[in-house]
Design a protein around this ligand. Structure first.
Ligand SMILES: [Zn+2]
Length: 376
């Protein structure tokens, strides 16, 4: 195993890229989808099951873990990898985004953010320095800069001020992160949907210098068209020889469209969260397993899928356990969704490597436009 963190771009096809991120905890094949393990678990999944779906890396949430069970306790227990029994790479977010979306009584200053926990009302403070400390205590392999993302809708002035604050915090994050061989620090581009602000942000990040670059402030309600509009130029503003990570995306067609525009990494709660609400993503679109049409259907969710939910169970069974609120319902549908998302990633990686990404994309969209199989 190499002791260094590195990224090798192995193929490009149009703007789409495939490559490999090497870390001391293993390789991450890109484009990569990272399942979200918010509270040190990908809900309803054993870590070995997450790995079996094809995931090379997980995401952990600083905000949730700092509140419960606390980063200090996780560090005493050997770090997040050992704590949650996932020995492969982990990326942690900085806590910034979730402080803004979940915490109560937030107060934002140049120094950082003070807030009350949404769990028990206790008071906490996050700064770039504290975020770096927490992510180090967790033992994260890929650490994210502490940033601020304004709530939408926001005018250009507010977006610009917020972006410039995030750039000052990025410099402080880099300083506090220090020199940690084998661990990476990613900067986060902000600037909303304004090209000039995105360019200014990219310039500021490149001047500081990071191991990878995230595109932040998207997938926050602006819609796919606006997001793709930004992705038409934003990835190209970031260094070509470093991984590009689009935060919080997305639905299958968002993921494919982002990769087509030069994104290498993504994360989203969608496959796991939807699995718990009876929604399955398939190559023929979205299936709501709670619908009565599945009650007598002996066929699998997706005949071509090799996941345990599709190999061993009928739609009728999946419908029944969902209606009966059995735990296995969340387990099976989450497994299927994560498996399908990883299959999309693997399909894209192979297509990019072989220079047939456009054809792969056309087949992907044609399959999903077909819609679900006729009722039984
Ligand atoms: Zn399946």
């Amino acid at each position: 195993m190499s002791a260094a963190f590195s990224f090798a771009l192995t193929a490009t096809d149009g703007a789409a890229r495939s490559g490999v991120i090497s870390t001391p905890r293993g390789e991450i094949r890109t484009p990569a989808f990272m399942p979200v393990g918010t509270a040190a678990t990908v809900k309803a999944m054993m870590p070995e099951s997450v790995r079996a779906t094809g995931a090379d890396i997980l995401l952990g949430n600083t905000y949730h873990l700092m509140l419960r069970p606390t980063a200090e306790r996780i560090a005493r227990l050997g770090g997040l990898h050992r704590f949650m029994n996932w020995e492969r790479p982990i990326l942690t977010d900085s806590g910034g985004f979730q402080v803004m979306s979940l915490a109560e009584l937030r107060k934002l200053t140049e120094e950082g953010v003070t807030f009350r926990s949404h769990i028990d009302g206790s008071r906490h403070r996050l700064t770039p320095e504290r975020s770096m400390e927490i992510q180090k205590l967790l033992g994260s392999d890929i650490v994210m800069c502490f940033d601020e993302c304004p709530a939408l809708p926001a005018d250009d002035k507010r977006v610009a001020e917020s972006m410039r604050l995030s750039m000052r915090w990025a410099a402080r994050s880099k300083e506090a992160f220090g020199d940690r061989p084998g661990h990476a620090l990613f900067g986060i581009q902000q600037g909303g949907v304004t090209q000039e602000l995105r360019a200014e942000s990219a310039e500021a990040l490149r001047a500081i210098g990071f191991d990878g670059y995230a595109i932040g402030g998207l997938a926050v309600g602006e819609g796919q068209e606006a997001m793709f509009g930004v992705l038409d130029y934003a990835p190209g503003m970031l260094p070509e020889d470093k991984p590009r990570y689009l935060m919080g995306v997305g639905k299958p067609d968002d993921i494919v469209g982002a990769v087509a525009r030069g994104v290498d990494m993504m994360d989203c709660v969608l496959p796991s969260r939807s699995g718990r609400t009876g929604q399955a993503f398939t190559r023929r679109g979205t299936v709501n397993i709670k619908n009565a049409r599945h009650a007598n259907d002996p066929r699998p969710l997706d005949e071509d899928c090799t996941c345990p939910a599709c190999r061993n169970y009928s739609r009728a069974y999946l419908h029944h356990v969902f209606r009966a609120q059995e735990i296995i319902s969340s387990m099976l549908l989450t497994w299927h969704n994560l498996h399908y998302f990883q299959e999309i990633m693997g399909g894209m990686r192979a297509a990019i490597a072989e220079g047939r990404f456009a054809a792969w994309q056309a087949a992907f969209h044609a399959g999903r436009a077909e819609g679900d199989i006729e009722p039984f």
